[in-house]
Design a protein around this ligand. Sequence first.
Ligand code: FAD
Length: 465
Amino acid sequence: MGGGNEAALEALREALRGPVLAPGDTGYDGARAIYNAMIDRRPAAIARCTDVGDVRAVLSFARETGTEPAVRGGGHSGPGLCLVDGGVTLDLSPMRWTRVDPQARTAQVGGGSELGDLDHAAHAFGLGVPAGIMSTTGVGGLTLGGGHGHLTRRYGLTVDSLLSADVVLADGTFVTASQEEHPDLFWALRGGGGNFGVVTSFTFRLHPVATVGVGVTVWPVDRTPEVLRWYREFLPAAQEDLNGFFLVMVVPPGPPFPEPLHGQKVCGVVWCYTGDLGDGRLDEVLKVVNDPAPPAFHFTAPMPYPALQSMFDALIPKGLQWYWRGDLFDALSDEAIAVHERYGQGIPTGLSMMHLYPVDGAAHQVGSGDTAWAYRDAVWSGVIAGIDPDPANTELIRQWCVDYWADLHPHSMGGSYVNFLGAQESPERVRTTYRDNYDRLAEVKRTYDPANFFRANQNIPPASG
Ligand code: FAD
């Protein structure tokens, strides 16, 4: 931002209810520190928005000064899409609120809310929304990308529960998008990422979910072939009230894992059962874990849904180095399984891991063209994440992730879940993410953001002509 814009920045400070932090201001470095500590960017300003008025004021400032806007929901994107060097970040973190209507079974959620905010408010009424597996992830970025987690097989993707969204568009117009109003925008918001505007609130349909059955099963990593060959048959055929995501990881050094397992490389499944929990039902449902091979550890417990949602928060706190890549899968071939075993054996650091999240069950009730999420025939959404606290290990975790992904990619469907795309992926890669929906998304982009004002995202440029 040039010196001539200093006056505009001062005017923005005056206009905004929330603080505006610029380089040199107290709190600036804290405000630009996001979940992935590998991201070190210096926006010209970080504007903490308290309401729609603040959002509109920052967008006016960005338009008038030619400063690139970026939007921060929960700050969890791997490639750090909420920060642009020299840009202005609309930090929505003051907009963390939830209003539950228990009669209508809906929740309206502020655009800067974290999943834990929504889970907590809805749980008070025995209700919830299918979303991601960490309570600190932003509702904003997760929902706009699609959103999957423990309740996906039962209740679908997060976008399948979205009823409407309040959006500030590139020209400052404020609209509500739903099936009835701006239906094309509503279609695009359900998977198209942050391309179309700033979502100041989301309204979701809620589903009954209170206490869930949780299970964690791990096997030695050299059992990966037997376990995955069993899992690929068992899970897609299982009832939709059973979800289980597969992982390879290093056992963390703490409970509930017994000490001899600490630091061991394992494969495993994290289960969430939303069926009847009476009379030892959970253990009955999960006794199948003995089928592929004897588990090294198997834990089950009933838990309030928000407790499951925050179970991994302490294990991977903010401030670690992250490098990730994803792909979608409709099958787990023997060749793919061999890749998982090989890279599972070679996990480079204690926190690095690979997850395969089920995206079948209720998520398959919606067609690939019905929302922007284009892979309703995918069965798993995979992510490979190199993670470590030490910046000296950046190259180590990056290389493991890149090599693992390169060997696995030929066995994928070709595209990734947009929220698992990494940094600097090619425009072609974004296109494969949206498959047959890409051209329609580019048309919607042309209608709502013809100048590609919002481009700090996995960008869909406006259709030309
Ligand atoms: P940000 O970095 O704040 O934003 C990401 C993108 O979304 C940016 O382009 C931003 O501009 C845009 N955006 C955010 N909020 C808004 C808004 N209100 N209006 C307009 N644009 C907005 N995903 C899953 O589906 N399931 C999981 O279980 C899951 N687990 C995860 C666990 C961890 C530890 C992490 C780091 C990520 C996980 N993810 C998961 C991926 C997650 O969905 C993405 O990282 C997502 O982008 C995070 O959203 P955010 O708002 O926190 O991120």
